[in-house]
Design a protein around this ligand. Structure first.
Ligand SMILES: Nc1nc2c(ncn2[C@@H]2O[C@H](COP(=O)(O)OP(=O)(O)O)[C@@H](O)[C@H]2O)c(=O)[nH]1
Ligand SMILES: [Mg+2]
Length: 323
């Protein structure tokens, strides 16, 4: 079988930077798949450099995130943002499934706008999962010259918090009558949110949700930034201009306080640790499926070896692996 011709990643990135959406899509697919292609694309993006402003939109399924993102795209384009990239992430799904298709349909209005690039992401084969694939995809968009990337993620679990930490500004979307969930998720919400949105403010309970959030904020020790609480009705665009303004105000705060650079450096440190962890885990899996692990496990069971010494021996094998 003839070998596949090697992909010219640099040419693809040039094309993507010139506005070729199919080239951009191919690069992002490589990142999403991980593996050698993903590594080539990521490494190229690192060499090219470039930074994008990044905004994360997170919240429970059905909270109205996609509708809001759709409105925020319009606000950004209205502000003459040259290009907007959107990554719609669903950590619960290994495939781009139903909910994400719904997003596609809802955001379709912008599909005719060549300055808007919308992409669904699922974990697929990527070694480090979405918490690596998302920052890599952001970096790729930045290297292609996209100045603003929005990331929609579901929920407030661990993966989502990690994904949220990949963005400069994180918007947490809640709905009226969300009081109990606010109580239960206090720590996670405070750790994650730079801006709170009470979307579906046309429904009963918005005032109560605001009181709950403000009270939670009153009772917590905050830094120089107190997350504002914005009420929106995404379906009618009510409050969206204010939300866009608060997102800008948070960016202004990061810049004025000199936090943006350190934040991005810390993100890269974390990414590196994550890559290392993923690689080491893979090695352990590889060895763990082998005979050596079975032997050592039996040796421990037979009390010929203590578990620490057995672990030392296995890890010594890992270190010996030729690479
Ligand atoms: N009443 C009302 N419905 C909304 C509002 N925002 C979104 N929706 C609806 O809520 C449903 C879920 O919205 P969607 O954006 O897909 O939520 P996501 O799962 O968080 O992305 C859709 O039927 C929207 O039309 C709002 O402000 N008020
Ligand atoms: Mg959605």
């Amino acid at each position: 079988m003839p070998a596949r011709p090697p992909v010219d990643w640099a040419a693809l990135l040039d094309a993507a930077a010139a506005g070729d959406r199919r080239a951009l899509a191919r690069l992002l697919s490589a990142v999403e798949r991980g593996g050698p292609d993903g590594r080539a694309a990521v490494s190229l993006a690192y060499r090219r450099g470039g930074e994008a402003d990044t905004v994360g939109i997170t919240g429970a399924p059905g909270a109205g995130k996609s509708t809001l993102v759709d409105r925020l795209i319009a606000a950004a384009r209205h502000d003459a943002t040259a290009r907007v990239g959107v990554l719609a992430v669903d950590p619960t799904s290994p495939f781009s499934g139903g909910a994400i298709l719904g997003d596609r349909v809802r955001m379709q209005g912008h599909d005719l706008d060549s300055g808007v690039f919308i992409r669904s992401m699922a974990s697929r084969g990527h070694l480090g999962g979405l918490s690596l694939a998302v920052p890599e995809a952001i970096r790729l968009l930045a290297a292609a010259g996209v100045p603003l990337v929005m990331v929609e993620t579901v929920g407030v679990g661990q993966v989502e918090v990690e994904v949220a930490s990949a963005t400069d500004t994180t918007v947490v979307v809640v709905n009226p009558r969300w009081g109990d969930a606010i109580q239960a998720n206090k720590a996670g919400l405070l750790e994650t949110a730079d801006v709170f949105v009470i979307n579906k403010a046309d429904m009963e309970g918005a005032a109560q949700a605001r009181r709950d959030l403000e009270q939670m904020l009153d009772l917590s020790t905050l830094g120089a930034w107190r997350p504002p609480v914005v009420e929106t009705v995404a379906t009618t665009d009510d409050g969206v201009a204010r939300l866009w303004e608060e997102i800008g105000r948070h960016r202004g705060h990061l810049e004025a306080a000199g936090l943006l650079g350190p934040l991005r450096r810390e993100r890269l440190r974390r990414e590196f640790r994550h890559v290392l962890r993923a690689r080491i885990e893979k090695e352990i899996d590889r060895l763990g499926s082998g005979r050596r692990l079975a032997e050592l496990t039996e040796a421990v069971a037979d009390r010929e070896l203590d578990p620490y010494s057995a672990a030392d021996e296995l890890l010594a094998d890992v270190a010996d692996v030729d690479r």
